[in-house]
Design a protein around this ligand. Structure first.
Ligand code: URA
Length: 434
């Protein structure tokens, strides 16, 4: 087999066979197939596309290119959740203790943030001493003992995707539905869960700006999951403005804790209950999502989700006291209001701009090597559809550097647009694919 012939076949509109895709992925991973040939193939796929069968073969070849986690030592159905990422997305922090308190086994691999969206691991490190650098053995023991563990991606999961994503990123071939779906699902399949709940965002702060693209991606990923023998559901939700009110690591941790105490923002709580109800249902602990939702609401009402979060933090070396006294979380030196420049209804918030404000304050990573400031960020006071008077607070900014705070404030205000007429609030959950 020659890569040249495969590129020609795809370029001319042909369909790649399973063995051809396996040859291409294997050869690229071990360095036999050079970047320039793989780049040409990615561009051919970008223009010609791949059908469902080819997409499945690509997903499986990438999933099998490195370690496949074996979670068979964990009893029961293991359910994973994956978000396509967004601003203020602290979902895993509240959702995982809620479902674990219902009895679902959560064995989760998480990543760090890069750019304007934050990562779960960074947020969790707001708890002093907390570490995701645990061994596979301890990971499995913790899930069996307390029902929940989160590990950094130390295992060599889907190395073909890692290499290919790097290449797509610099050859303008990221935004192809089959390539995105196979990239995400290859990592999820290699992580070993029996069931996967996908949190697909759409809007100005999301990867998929258009709702129809988010639905296509959701459908493609659910189908891939099912064809690979796993249970899968996707929830498409709004990311046209930040999720909840808090943006920034420790501020988001506090908002997740408040949610578990029963004082969470409505959109964030709704997302946790929706995703959670599918996790509990797929995990076989409820007859349907309605029953599952009741179980999840009960974990907030009786404090068991909050207790589960404290247990999880302690089991991974963190200080659980901060779960009950959020004053112990990292705090910024300066806290100031951002006043509205005018009166009116909030028409739109350019969501990724708010993520960039947090990045400017030091709350995000410019490169993989940069350090981040866990204390900084913003807490919004007004969101789309809300009415605001001139001079009234739009948000509270938390910073450790006055110059950065001034730059972030200007950018923050410019991200808001106003209307004299009332603005209709958009539905938050856009749909479910199962
Ligand atoms: N996230 C991924 O993991 N892969 C893609 O291709 C796009 C987003």
């Amino acid at each position: 087999m020659r890569m040249y012939d495969l590129i020609m076949k795809k370029r001319n509109g042909g369909k790649l066979a399973k063995e051809e895709i396996e040859y291409m992925v294997g050869g690229f991973t071990d360095g036999q197939i050079p970047d320039y040939q793989m780049s040409a193939m990615m561009m051919a796929i970008y223009f010609v596309g791949m059908d469902k069968e080819e997409t499945l073969h690509l997903t499986m070849a990438m999933a099998n290119s490195g370690d496949m986690l074996d979670l068979s030592l964990i009893e029961g159905i293991k359910v994973d959740k994956h978000s396509t990422g967004g601003v203020g997305d602290k979902t895993s922090l509240a959702l995982t203790p809620m479902v674990a308190a219902c009895g679902i086994k959560v064995a989760k691999m998480s990543g760090r943030g890069l750019g304007h969206t934050g990562g779960t691991i960074d947020k969790l490190e707001s708890f002093e001493g907390f570490s995701t650098g645990i061994s596979e053995r301890q990971f499995i023991d913790n899930v069996n003992k307390i029902g929940i563990a989160i590990m950094g991606q130390t295992a060599d999961l889907a190395p073909a995707d890692k290499k290919l994503y790097g290449l797509r990123d610099v050859t303008a071939t990221v935004d192809n539905m089959s390539l995105i779906a196979s990239s995400i699902m290859s990592k999820k399949l290699a992580s070993g869960a029996d069931a996967i709940v996908l949190d697909v965002k759409t809007g100005s702060g999301a990867f998929m700006k258009e709702e129809k693209d988010a639905f296509s991606l959701a459908k493609e990923m659910v189908e891939l999951g099912k064809n690979a023998g796993r249970k899968a559901v996707a929830v498409v939700s709004d990311m046209d403005q930040p999720l909840g009110y808090a943006v920034g690591n420790s501020l988001e941790v506090k908002e997740a804790i408040d949610t578990l105490k029963g004082n969470g923002p409505a959109d964030f709580l709704e997302l946790c209950l929706t995703l959670g109800s599918y996790m509990v249902e797929l995990g076989g602990l409820a007859a349907d999502e309605k029953d599952a939702r009741k179980m999840l609401e009960q974990t907030i009402a009786d404090g068991s989700a909050l207790k589960k979060l404290a247990q999880f933090i302690e089991a991974q070396g963190g200080d659980p006291k901060a779960v009950y006294e959020s004053d112990l979380l990292p705090k910024a030196d300066f806290v100031e209001e951002i006043a509205s420049p005018r009166e009116g209804y909030i028409k739109k918030i350019v969501c990724d701009e708010i993520g960039i404000c947090s990045l400017i304050l030091g709350g995000g990573r410019e490169t993989k090597e940069s350090d981040i400031d866990l204390a900084v960020g913003l807490v919004l006071k007004k969101k789309a559809g809300d009415y605001v008077k001139a001079g009234e607070s739009l948000a509270v900014i938390h910073g450790n550097d006055r110059e950065k705070m001034e730059a972030a404030k200007v950018r923050f205000i410019n991200a808001y647009s106003f209307s004299e007429k009332p603005v209709e609030k958009q539905p938050f959950i856009k749909g479910i694919i199962r």
